[in-house]
Design a protein around this ligand. Structure first.
Ligand code: NAP
Length: 342
């Protein structure tokens, strides 16, 4: 079968490899779609630790082709979405129920072969059923959505909350929708692209703002701004130093800031501890998807979260190497690798 292999830092190639066989308790999945996430490029550049040689792709969905011995509750032909993050269940954090902080965390598509391939083999406990009637590509959004659900849970958005979302990529646009569902009444998306701002307003943002013109902080938090005094909750979804540094200033006194964006390892940003203390800002980070994948699958399966508008292009495995190793195209939200395209 064809697979996109990270052979070493900076070396990504489409290779012919042996189709995997499902071992005890494993499922062989025929991949229908796998999203290209910013993390894939970080992995390619060596900015996020991985274990090459490995097939990348952690946002996959597909149909069960074969089941290994000891599999229960799954059958051939069932459509599933895969939770890529495998916790050890033995380390101190797993035993505290903090599975996303597992000391021995293994991720499909990072440490073991993933979904930029015709087939991927996964342990049954990582699979969640999706309806046959669902668009076959939509399940690829369950993984990023599950990460956003964790961030929104941590933010403790309440009915009537005001929320600022920084960054209008797939994460920001999913967070906007989740904030709406959680009961926020005023949701402001800050992002530079006009198309993304317009899309955010269609998906549930009550307003949007372009940070590249004028004084963005005043436009949002000033007395005559969109959210005078700042937001109850700020969710950083851009993963750039500028927005991480700005995030606390968008929050009201006593407000909550959740950092979802990932910066390359080792990069430092400037924050003002006095301001965080004096205004008692709750500053939290949100890492991956502890126990949220099933909820994500339900939200995608039911159509409650809209994912179709987030698909910018569908490409085959032949085009995937170029797409993963370069920055996303201007205006692109999510490119999906669809092995059936070729
Ligand atoms: P993305 O497509 O790169 O989206 C980020 C968006 O931020 C860009 O589209 C860009 O849109 C906007 N942006 C850049 N600079 C900005 C600025 N100064 N002010 C406002 N907006 C700015 O990435 P994504 O896939 O949505 O992911 C977002 C972040 O979440 C990434 O860092 C990713 O690694 C991370 N992530 C975290 C988790 C987790 O578990 N914590 C899980 C998945 C992803 P414009 O061009 O419109 O400004």
């Amino acid at each position: 079968m064809k697979a996109v292999r990270l052979e070493a830092t900076g070396r990504l190639a489409l290779r012919e490899v042996e189709r995997p066989h499902p071992g005890l308790g494993e499922l062989l999945i025929r991949v229908e779609a796998c999203g290209i996430c910013g993390t894939d490029r970080h992995l390619f550049l060596g900015e996020f630790p991985s274990r090459p040689p490995v097939t990348l792709g952690h946002e996959f969905t597909g149909v069960i082709e074969q089941v290994g011995d000891g599999v229960h509750g799954f059958r051939i032909g069932m459509r599933i979405t895969g939770d890529p993050n495998i916790a050890c269940d033995r380390c101190p954090e797993c035993r505290r129920g903090r599975v996303n902080l597992c000391h021995n965390l293994q991720a499909i598509g990072i440490h073991r072969d993933g979904g930029f391939a015709e087939y991927v083999c996964i342990p049954q406990q990582q699979a969640y059923e999706l309806p046959d009637t669902l668009d076959p590509l939509h399940g690829a959004f369950c993984e990023p959505l599950a990460c956003c659900i964790h961030g929104v849970d941590l933010a403790e958005i309440r009915t009537g909350s005001s929320v600022v979302v920084l960054g209008g990529g797939v994460i920001g646009l999913l967070v906007v929708q989740l904030a709406r569902l959680a009961g926020a009444t005023n949701i402001v998306l800050v992002t530079r692209s006009e198309e993304k701002r317009a899309l955010a307003e269609r998906l549930g943002a009550t307003a949007s703002a372009d940070p590249s013109t004028g004084d963005i902080m005043a436009r949002v938090t000033a007395a005559d701004g969109l959210l005078p005094g700042g937001a109850d909750v700020v969710i950083e979804c851009a993963g750039v130093a500028e927005t991480i540094e700005q995030a606390p200033s968008f929050a009201r006194r006593g407000g909550t800031v959740v950092i979802l964006g990932v910066m390359p390892q080792g990069v430092k940003v400037a924050l003002e501890p006095f301001d965080l203390l004096f205004r008692e800002i709750r500053l939290l980070s949100s890492f991956i998807n502890p126990f949220t994948h099933a909820r994500a699958a339900d939200l995608v399966a039911s159509g409650t979260i809209k994912v179709e508008p987030l698909i910018s292009r569908r490409i085959g495995l032949e085009e995937a190497v170029e797409a993963i190793s370069n920055p996303a195209r201007k205006g692109e939200i999510r490119a999906l690798v669809v092995p059936a395209i070729g």
